[in-house]
Design a protein around this ligand. Structure first.
Ligand code: COA
Length: 266
């Protein structure tokens, strides 16, 4: 899938050949996540996993200056039967898995409110930059549900168990500065500087050897689920995949020739 006209809830924009900006594009409802947006995100991230878009780094953000994503579309959900709710949730579960399992790095640029499922989408990304005035909340328990888009797993991994319990069990909102202090956000920027900062980092990742970046991401991601001993063994398996690559030769050659490397992903 490389035709961006199939997306109605997302806007795709390539910045240089290998950096893709994905914008959640329902500004009028603060980029709330409806079933169609869930399907599109799932399809997009699955297609990136199998090589579409020649993407080496993704920046995920929200349209407008109010919200990254206001979570599940509560208007669409009004009056939903239990069966419809469950069916929609299956889409959201697969969407979150597709983001978490994406082999290419995903940076969230949180440009406003990231509530409920919006906070979970940010939490599913590899790392997060935020506007100073962005706000976060896993507010589900205030609505009679609980986080079901990975929030009970990704938040404690970022902030530690006690902070995550405090935030999820109260459902209270928290600031970008708090999110940074607690480890959910890597850095905060003035709103107008956020995208440039995210794109600078995405571009520098995209200039690195793409297989090396993927292998390193996977090693961190999977290794953290293992004992240190198994993690070390996994790391070496990931490392060994890089030894026969042309990019490994190019990296060493470029250093010796005192020039920037030209990595091709082979
Ligand atoms: N689902 C559907 N529509 C939503 C929405 C959601 N999750 N969040 C906001 N909207 C809609 C509002 O209903 C409003 O539509 P209207 O003009 O037809 O009334 C529009 O988006 C603007 O919302 P508003 O609240 O006026 O914007 P704001 O900029 O002042 O505040 C938020 C933005 C995100 C802080 C606020 O809308 C909010 O708290 N939303 C609910 C978030 C939530 O609880 N999510 C958890 C879902 S599990």
């Amino acid at each position: 899938m490389t035709d961006d006209s199939v997306f109605r809830m997302l806007q795709l924009r390539k910045i240089e050949p290998h950096v893709l900006i994905v914008t959640l594009a329902r500004e009028e409802v603060r980029n709330a996540l409806n079933t169609e947006m869930g399907r599109e995100l799932m399809a997009l991230f699955e297609s990136i996993a199998i090589g579409a878009w020649q993407t080496r780094c993704i920046v995920l953000t929200g349209a407008g200056d109010k919200a990254f994503c206001a979570g599940g579309d509560l208007k669409e959900r009004k009056g939903m039967t239990d069966a419809d709710w469950q069916l929609q949730h299956l889409v959201f579960e697969r969407m979150i898995r597709a983001i978490i399992d994406c082999p290419v790095p995903v940076i969230a640029a949180v440009n406003g409110a990231a509530f409920g499922g919006g906070c979970e989408i940010a939490g599913a990304c590899d790392f997060v930059y935020a506007a100073h005035d962005a706000r976060f909340a896993l507010s589900e328990v205030t609505l009679g549900i609980m986080p079901g888009g990975g929030g009970t797993q990704t938040l404690p991994r970022a902030t530690g168990e006690r902070r995550a319990k405090e935030l999820i069990l109260t459902g209270r909102s928290f600031s970008a500065a708090e999110a940074e202090a607690w480890g959910l956000v890597n850095a905060c920027f003035p709103r107008e500087a956020l995208m440039d900062a995210a794109l600078d980092v995405a571009t520098s990742i995209a200039h690195n050897a793409p297989i090396a970046v993927r292998q390193a991401k996977q090693s961190i991601h999977r290794g953290l689920q293992m004992s240190i001993s198994d993690g070390l063994a996994f790391e070496i398996e990931a490392y060994n995949r890089l030894v026969p690559t042309l990019d490994r030769r190019e990296g060493v050659l470029a250093f010796n020739e005192k020039r920037p490397p030209r990595f091709k992903g082979h």
